[in-house]
Design a protein around this ligand. Structure first.
Ligand SMILES: [Fe+2]
Length: 391
């Protein structure tokens, strides 16, 4: 087994995480947690897809039955927009809410974080872009993720779309970690195969980028490596057999552990490029990552050499080769094979990206905070070349 890099072992590292309850049925603890915060009126943030899948109504009813007033807000689209956060905040104020519950994938959860920022800090949501710009704690936040992907329910990140600039912004602060996350794999059985594939590849990207990050630590590595193992073990089955609870639980745990890793180690160039694509072209986050991950791994391979060699030990069925270079190649090939098996090996040109877009996309990616922790520092020309290879 490859050794831990000495530099990682000797540096100071902080690790933050929310309280979470993981397991089938965890969502049924919602009322109990709302009462723990003495909340009287909850803003329940979700989106039309999750609402239609039937996950919101029973939770809404259970809260009401337990004496909690609930106002529903579902005007949230993928890649949540700044004006949706403003609208949600108005609903929060009008109804004198005192806590926020998010039920859904990354979009409702990030929107809920934005509403929470405005609820206690006021001002313009775009002013909070960057690291540690939130002065006051958010209201009580309880999250129930329904995709095994984004991990917004455990992370310090909120990714929102600045509509005027047509780009995503990242707000990063310990204040954005929800108070409680109820990670219930049962909520993921209604995801279709394509969404399952995309969010699953997002999880693998979180794991690989946290592992290779300049800000990683032995604690984040432990979560990242186990998350990668879980994705390789369970993603194909979760797609083929949507109601297989062993696979769904494995993917939900992968999402949780990859989230704990990247929330504390940050991410890298795949996410910087995916944020640029997602914000500029309104494309699904997981799909962008799924397309870009192996390409960026090849770009990073020398700089992340020790970490990728450790990853080899955690990919089920991967037999190490006689040389390190051959083993590294097998690691990246394993990611490419998974990408192909889940149907994510499609060119960017097929999802609306054109050659003329690439320069601007590369410039936006290089301005993203995730690029800072990438193991290899890329130039704009490097990033443009990577986009071109994915075209
Ligand atoms: Fe992600």
């Amino acid at each position: 087994m490859a050794d831990e890099p000495k530099s990682d072992v000797l540096e100071l590292r902080k690790f933050v995480a929310p309280e979470f309850v993981h397991g089938a049925g965890a969502r049924h603890l919602l009322s109990q947690y709302v009462h723990n915060f003495s909340a009287k009126h909850v803003l329940l943030v979700s989106d039309p897809g999750v609402f239609a899948a039937g996950w919101v109504d029973p939770l809404f009813a259970a809260l009401q039955q337990d004496g909690v007033q609930v106002t529903l807000f579902t005007d949230v689209t993928p890649n949540p927009k700044d004006y949706e956060i403003i609208a949600g905040h108005e609903v929060y104020l009008e109804n004198e809410c005192d806590a926020i519950v998010a039920v859904g994938g990354g979009s409702p959860m990030d929107c809920a974080k934005g509403i929470g920022i405005l609820a206690t800090n006021g001002g313009d949501i775009l002013e909070y872009e960057g690291v540690d710009n939130i002065a006051r704690p958010l209201p009580p936040m309880i999250f129930i993720p329904t995709t095994a992907g984004t991990a917004a329910d455990v992370s310090q990140f909120a990714i929102l779309t600045d509509v005027t600039r047509a780009t995503k912004i990242a707000i990063i602060s310990k204040a954005l970690i929800p108070d409680v996350s109820l990670t219930d794999p049962e909520t993921t059985v209604t995801m279709g195969p394509e969404l399952t594939a995309h969010v699953g590849m997002d999880v693998l990207t979180h794991a690989v980028e946290a592992l290779g990050s300049n800000a990683s630590s032995p604690i984040t590595d432990m979560h990242a490596l186990e998350a990668a193992r879980l994705v390789f073990t369970h993603l194909r089955t979760a797609i083929a057999e949507p109601e297989n609870m062993i696979a769904r639980e494995g993917m939900m745990r992968a999402s949780l552990q990859a989230g704990l890793a990247f929330s504390n180690a940050s991410l890298g160039l795949v996410h910087a490029m995916a944020h640029s694509l997602g914000g500029n072209k309104d494309l699904p986050h997981g799909e962008c990552n799924a397309i870009l991950l192996p390409l960026v791994m090849r770009f990073n391979v020398e700089a992340a050499r020790e970490k990728y060699l450790r990853l080899a030990d955690w990919i089920p069925g991967l037999s190490p080769s006689s040389t390190e270079n051959a083993t590294l190649n097998r690691v990246i090939e394993a990611v490419e094979i998974l990408q192909r098996d889940v149907g994510a090996n499609i060119p960017l040109s097929q999802i609306g990206v054109q050659k003329g877009d690439l320069r601007e996309l590369a410039a936006l990616a290089c301005a993203d905070p995730c690029v800072v922790t990438n193991p290899r520092s890329p130039s704009e020309a490097d990033v443009e070349t990577l986009f071109e290879q994915a075209l």
